[in-house]
Write a protein that binds this ligand. Structure first.
Ligand code: SF4
Length: 347
């Protein structure tokens, strides 16, 4: 019989449902088939046989991570925590995160934070025009960088001595940094914290979910492009959300059409043979938040760290983005007329 890549159900439940356990001090790196030194099976699983850490893992306390209450306390003044996910890379997830942040920040009474957990490819600081900033620390913790008076951002980019440095970290180190972001960054009072995650269903997703579980995640926005190869991965992402108990607030289809900024002619770059993001949303019973056309001016605005909403408010892409934001706001039970006074939501 061919070996199964699926983890057993109880292992999946342990990883997804339980708070992270405190990791013991290991004497050797975790082997490839490690169930996780923080897991309930640590040291006792069949795959632990012969591992130099076995005794340490087996005898380590199996209590919840003591940092979880600190994270919950730190984020107590953040009203709405929203994950932005994508099944695969290249669908414009970080770009959409930045557009959502700018859209919320158009209301001067709304304060927004963006946490960039794409540790190996942080792009949010560049898109928000704060790429060269560094963070300040005090006894109270790390200060986020303020891209606007009401828009703060935290990213590993700010910790790098050289912006071209590659981050080559294994899972535990990445998880440690995500925990530090959540535990030590002084976000203060925020209306929204948008958490930009790397593509797929990796360690970083598990970490963000388990660390934020106690302080409540509002849900996830899932970004895709119309073609089937992207939708296949989106299905996995949505399955991950369901298993992890994360509400899917809606699907956004990015790059639905290319609208020529010159002649306004519309053409399809990716063909939606199976109904695209809207078809998938209908099939899975998930809200469809809207389709956003590919507009090269969005990329230019991101390259220059400018707000596309301010630069091209009358473009069809801007109107489509406003529609997405309006749908998202409604999904979390808020009034778009109050929150987005200038958003007409038309697309
Ligand atoms: S003993 Fe098991 S859980 Fe601990 S490091 Fe080794 S394989 Fe991983």
């Amino acid at each position: 019989m061919a070996p199964s890549l699926e983890a057993p159900d109880d292992e999946v439940r342990d990883v997804l449902a339980n708070p992270l356990k405190k990791k013991p001090d290991l004497v050797a790196p975790e082997p490839e088939h490690c169930p996780g030194p923080e897991s309930e099976q640590a040291g006792t699983a069949d795959s632990c046989a012969g591992c130099p850490n076995q005794q340490i893992c087996a005898s380590a306390p199996k209590g919840p991570d003591p940092d979880l209450p600190l994270i919950t306390a730190r984020l107590a003044d953040v009203k709405h925590k929203i994950l932005v996910l994508s099944g695969k890379g290249g669908v414009g997830k970080s770009t959409l995160t930045v557009q959502l942040a700018h859209a919320f920040a158009t209301n001067p009474d709304t304060t927004v934070g963006v946490m960039d957990t794409d540790i190996c490819g942080p792009s949010i600081p560049k898109m928000l025009g704060v790429e060269t900033e560094t963070i300040h620390t005090s006894n109270a913790g790390w200060e986020p960088v303020w891209a606007m008076d009401n828009l703060a951002v935290m990213s590993i980019q700010f910790l790098l001595p050289n912006r071209d440095d590659a981050i080559i970290w294994r899972g535990p180190k990445k998880n440690g940094l995500i925990k530090q972001f959540l535990k030590d960054v002084q976000w203060g009072e925020l209306d929204f914290l948008l958490v930009d995650t790397p593509p797929g269903t990796s360690d970083e997703h598990l970490s963000v979910n388990t660390f934020l579980k106690e302080s409540k995640i509002e849900g996830a926005v899932v970004v895709t492009t119309p073609q089937e190869v992207a939708l296949l991965d989106v299905r996995k992402e949505i399955d991950f959300c369901r298993k992890a108990g994360i509400r899917v607030l809606g699907i956004v289809e990015n790059m639905s059409l290319f609208v020529c900024p010159g002649c306004k002619h519309e053409s399809k770059i990716f063909l939606d043979h199976t109904g695209g993001g809207r078809g998938l949303a209908e099939e899975l019973g998930i809200p469809f938040l809207g389709s956003v056309p590919l507009d090269p001016r969005i990329g230019i605005a991101c390259d220059y760290g400018e707000s596309f909403f301010d630069s091209f408010p009358d473009s069809s892409a801007c109107k489509a983005l406003k529609g997405v934001v309006k749908g998202l706001v409604e999904q979390i039970g808020l009034d778009p007329e109050v929150l987005l006074p200038e958003g007409d939501g038309s697309s």
